[in-house]
Design a binder for this molecule. Structure first.
Ligand code: ADP
Length: 503
């Protein structure tokens, strides 16, 4: 049972070793500048718990500098004069550079976050590349409308009325640590396609790939100040950006708890806010399914990225007829997962991102146990350095337990049974969250009865965790508001101006 002994983290390549030795710098106004204070944050390899680098903890003065640079780049200089096709070309150039540096980016992501290099190279890095490419296409497709107005101003005058979309301005984008590079792309790409200027604040646990991306942004030829990157602590750098009167919009992905703080703080300056927050997504399994396929799919739904996924399928609802088989299959799948450091080729699941996260996940498991849950698989951390947690399946859970109600953000599944459709719809919606859900059935009528009733921004059918740049993504209820991807993302980063012309 996850018995293969965990090997030590292999040494990084010479390119990555060199990057780790960089002195802490901030990316402001197109240059790598010295922070105004010597305050730094340690970069820890979650597979060993050892410090591998350090990043700057930006000060309020640094935030002021970055906002001034972004404002200048938005109001004057080459950026606002650029043709949409030129913005498109820059975004595409950046995607080519991501491709050219894919191996290094994947290795950095793995070391910093703990995920396997394999996963970073087949999901995070190509996903990032494709995201910039998809959004590059939108730069040339931003439209308004014309209207047939009925405005009456006496005989004679007529009116020509239309709308145009304009970039919202300087946007601060605060991202989490679970998919650091891809989350940076989800934020930067649409903002840049629309002509905004950006201040990116990566998570303090995982800032390395954002910093490398900054170097590629210089190489791609973006004008100075169009993208600025500030590293540092959320309560300090993030909060200063949210409060700053020079920032027009905050785009945030992270916990519901921090999202609420940001939403309140941003209201003082009536900033535009989009929030992609937590989830506790149900996986609803009807008895007509192919069990083998569903067990594999449900295992992926929760264990992908060590469960550190906002849309992770963390609540299983299996029909009574298939419940035991599902739990048995999922427990076997959990026990078979090979834990290890991200750079080891044999590893299937890496450590969690930080000691704090490991302790949080283990304390949830403990609270479940204390409240009467039984452990069908996993349930603890292997005796090894690094922030590992065994993939865990909990049964005998009740709807009011913390492990069922709260987002754990780790490889922990709670499994419950149901008897009929109405009951499972009620159970699935019995949560403050509403980010996603999946329904597993080959019965068209069952699927069509369930999908409209689920209060969630994305409902997958016979799959889970699949996202696409064209498919809007965001939450109902306390999972946030605003939709990323597709045209919805363009709307997030533009103001709609009405023009009414008397002719
Ligand atoms: P998690 O709980 O998953 O670590 P958080 O919501 O705490 O996620 O963090 C997501 C991002 O929000 C990170 O970049 C973090 O630095 C930032 N952040 C944390 N607290 C604040 C805050 N009070 N204001 C603005 N940003 C914050």
């Amino acid at each position: 049972m996850n018995a293969v002994s965990i090997v030590p983290q292999p040494s990084p390549s010479s390119v990555v070793a060199k990057f780790l030795k960089r002195s802490p710098r901030l990316f402001i106004g197109g240059e790598w500048v010295e922070p105004t204070s010597s305050d730094t944050v340690d970069v820890i390899d979650p597979a060993s718990g050892r410090q591998i680098s350090s990043i700057a903890n930006a000060s309020k003065a640094d935030v002021d500098r970055a906002v001034a640079a972004a404002r200048k780049a938005f109001e004057s200089g080459p950026w606002p004069d650029m043709l949409p096709a030129q913005r498109q070309a820059l975004l595409w150039k950046l995607s080519d550079l991501i491709d050219a540096n894919a191996a290094e980016l994947a290795e950095l992501e793995s070391l910093d976050n703990g995920k396997t290099r394999m996963m970073a190279s087949i999901i995070d890095v190509p996903g990032t590349r494709e995201y910039f490419r998809y959004m590059a296409g939108w730069a040339t497709k931003i439209e308004g409308s014309t209207f047939q107005s009925s405005i009456f101003a006496g005989p004679g005058p007529k009116f020509h009325t239309y709308t145009q979309r304009e970039p919202v301005g300087v946007v601060a984008q605060i991202v989490p640590w679970n998919f650091p590079l891809a989350m940076a792309a989800w934020k930067l790409a649409p903002a840049l396609a629309t002509g905004c200027t950006c201040i990116l604040k990566p998570a303090e646990q995982t800032s390395l790939t954002a910093l490398r991306l900054g170097e590629l942004i210089v190489e791609a030829g973006f004008p100075p100040g169009v993208v600025n990157i500030l590293t540092g602590l959320g309560e300090q750098v993030g909060a200063a950006l949210v409060a700053h009167p020079g920032v027009d919009k905050i785009a945030f992905t992270g916990s519901t708890e921090v999202g609420k703080i940001i939403n309140k703080a941003a209201s003082d300056t009536v900033k535009r806010v989009s929030l992609e927050l937590g989830g506790k997504s149900p996986v609803i399994v009807f008895p007509d399914v192919n069990m083998e396929a569903v067990i594999g799919g449900a295992a992926n739904a929760i264990f992908f990225n060590s469960g550190q996924v906002c849309c992770a399928g963390s609540r299983l609802y299996a029909h009574r007829k298939v419940f035991d088989q599902m739990v048995e299959g999922l427990s076997a799948a959990a026990n078979a997962i090979r834990l290890g450091p991200g750079l080891d080729q044999q590893t299937e699941m890496g450590p969690l991102v930080s000691r704090e996260q490991q302790e949080r996940v283990l304390s949830y498991i403990e609270s479940g146990r204390k409240q009467g849950a039984a452990i069908a698989a996993g349930g603890d951390a292997p005796a090894h350095e690094g922030y590992y947690v065994k993939p865990t399946v909990l049964v005998n859970v009740k709807p009011d337990m913390n492990v069922v109600r709260e987002e754990i953000f780790g490889p922990v599944l709670v499994a419950q049974r149901f008897d009929d459709i109405d009951e499972v719809i009620r159970q699935a919606n019995d949560t403050p969250y509403g980010l996603s859900a999946s329904v597993w059935s080959n019965d068209v009528s069952t699927v069509h009865r369930v999908v409209p009733k689920i209060k969630a921004g994305t409902v997958w059918v016979n799959c889970h965790n699949f996202v696409d740049p064209s498919m809007p993504f965001g939450g109902y209820k306390q999972s946030g508001f605003g939709r990323e991807h597709g045209h919805a993302a363009i709307e997030l980063y533009t103001e709609l101006k009405s023009v009414c012309m008397m002719v």
